[in-house]
Design a binder for this molecule. Structure first.
Ligand SMILES: Cc1cc2nc3c(=O)[nH]c(=O)nc-3n(C[C@H](O)[C@H](O)[C@H](O)COP(=O)(O)O)c2cc1C
Length: 201
């Protein structure tokens, strides 16, 4: 199954991206490898002008299209999700998340805007027709201290929330595998129907 870590922070280094990487590491421990996409690395002008023919934008859209699950992370900016992430989501087709699982997460400066994911991002995700948007994960900078190497060491409450989110995502991915394996394969047309007879010269 394809998992995509989609980072929506314009900053580098980014606490949100570190949190996404942590989720990616946990998923890898459960056997799910993930691809990575940071919106900030896309060409700014193409993003602003919604240039769907830009090769980097096309490539990014393909990563989304091919993903079975997307872990989408954003910093809280001005009580909402980031503008660069919105610019990218606006480029996706109307059913751009069809059939996909989505785990949203955000980092913020305070608890005041912990509902931003639910009142701002979730409706946008829902409009893109995902299979299921899982419960959100929100952490403040204070809840995400770092060790000497700079890796995040979330406080226990957030670590537990991350574990629960990752386990639920892994479980739903497994259900998706089983559902796909059980789905009836499209019937093969008889050879006479499949290949039209050659037109005599
Ligand atoms: C322009 C700007 C606006 C912000 N607005 C908010 C806000 O409204 N509420 C909040 O809790 N934090 C706010 N913050 C703090 C960031 O959400 C927080 O530092 C976040 O972890 C940054 O993530 P990043 O390093 O991935 O960009 C803001 C930060 C910036 C730079």
């Amino acid at each position: 199954m394809n998992v995509l870590l989609l980072g929506g922070s314009p900053s580098a280094p980014s606490t949100t991206w570190r949190l996404l990487q942590l989720v990616g590491t946990r998923l890898a421990a459960l056997g799910h490898r993930s691809a990575a996409l940071q919106v900030r690395e896309l060409p700014a002008l193409a993003l602003l002008r919604a240039d769907l023919h830009d090769p980097a934008i096309e490539q990014a859209a393909a990563l989304v299209r091919e993903a079975d699950a997307i872990v989408i992370g954003t910093p809280v900016y001005k009580a909402s999700f980031s503008g660069v992430l919105k610019a990218f989501l606006d480029l996706l087709p109307q059913d751009g998340l069809a059939g996909k699982l989505v785990l949203p997460l955000a980092t913020g400066g305070s608890q005041s805007h912990m509902l931003a994911l639910d009142y701002a991002l979730r409706p946008v995700l829902a409009s893109l027709a995902p299979r299921h948007v899982l419960p959100s994960i929100y952490a403040t900078s204070e809840q995400l201290p770092r060790d000497a190497e700079g890796s995040l060491v979330p406080v226990p409450a957030i670590a537990a929330r991350i574990d629960a989110g990752v386990e639920q995502l892994a479980h739903e991915l497994q259900q998706l595998v089983l559902r796909r394996a059980a789905a009836p394969q499209p019937a093969q047309a008889p050879a006479s129907e499949a290949a039209p007879a050659p037109i005599p010269a």
